[in-house]
Design a protein around this ligand. Structure first.
Ligand code: FE2
Length: 247
């Protein structure tokens, strides 16, 4: 049976206002939240970009504070959506130092970190960094590798890292062909290789890159089948939110 969309936990969303290229004010955030609520979805993780040296670099403290402010606003507006704090952490050379200083926000205060690969550079350093995180006992999820040229061309290094514990999150839009054929083919290749652990929207607004809707949910089910769809959108995300601990 097709999984119940109301149980979907979206682990990659840009819903916090005025912090990155997501919504620019609280009302735009609320519009996104109402899309989720209309589908019956009750839990998502807010993952603003963290790109040091740019305007999109809110640290853990700021992200937590903003998440609380937005949650309060949603509650006041009777929008029944639970927000967990998170961060989409762009790879950069000082990442380990920033982890040690407590600047990085994990997903839902769990042990999982969402890392964003560079769209241009070699992925060697990123995969090395993911290994370092994992050696320290953390879990690492790579955001949308199917969108990255290096992984579209060659998957060997990524698959080796997955063997070592790295997890992979695909964008739902990739499977739906919204980022082009190569991206979709790469996503399908990862699925065939059993190398995908999560599917998320990476939603940025209600217009462009919006939260999933029911028709798209059904389309994705046709692609993945019931069991894998449930694993990637419900079961594995649940493990993250249940792993939450104040850290
Ligand atoms: Fe994102």
């Amino acid at each position: 049976m097709i999984p119940d969309i109301s149980k979907f936990i979206d682990i990659h969303t840009h819903i916090l206002p005025d912090i990155d290229d997501g919504p620019q004010n609280m009302e735009e955030s609320a519009s996104m939240a109402r899309c989720y609520v209309a589908l019956g979805i009750h839990t998502i993780i807010a993952t603003p970009h963290f790109i040091p040296g740019t305007a999109w670099a809110a640290n853990r403290e700021k992200v937590r504070q903003k998440t609380e402010e937005v949650q309060t606003y949603f509650n006041e507006q009777n929008i029944a959506l639970k927000l967990h704090p998170g961060m989409e952490i762009a790879y950069h050379g000082k990442l380990m130092a920033r982890l040690e200083k407590g600047i990085l926000q994990s997903l839902a205060n769990s042990n999982y970190y969402l890392l964003e690969p560079s769209f241009q550079d070699s992925q060697y350093d990123l995969l090395q960094c993911a290994r370092q995180f994992m050696e320290q006992g953390h879990k690492v999820i790579m955001a949308h590798p199917e969108r990255i040229q290096a992984f579209q061309k060659k998957q060997t290094a990524l698959y080796e890292a997955i063997q070592s514990g790295l997890e992979v999150q695909l964008n739902s839009g990739s499977l739906l062909g919204k980022f082009g054929e190569v991206c979709k083919e790469t996503a399908m290749k990862f699925i065939a290789a059993k190398s995908v652990h999560y599917l998320a929207s990476d939603a940025h607004s209600v217009e462009n890159r919006k939260p999933l809707d029911v028709a798209e949910w059904k389309q994705i089910n046709d692609i993945l089948g019931d069991k894998l769809h449930c694993t990637l959108c419900i079961d594995n995300p649940q493990k993250i939110t249940m792993n939450a601990h104040a850290k």
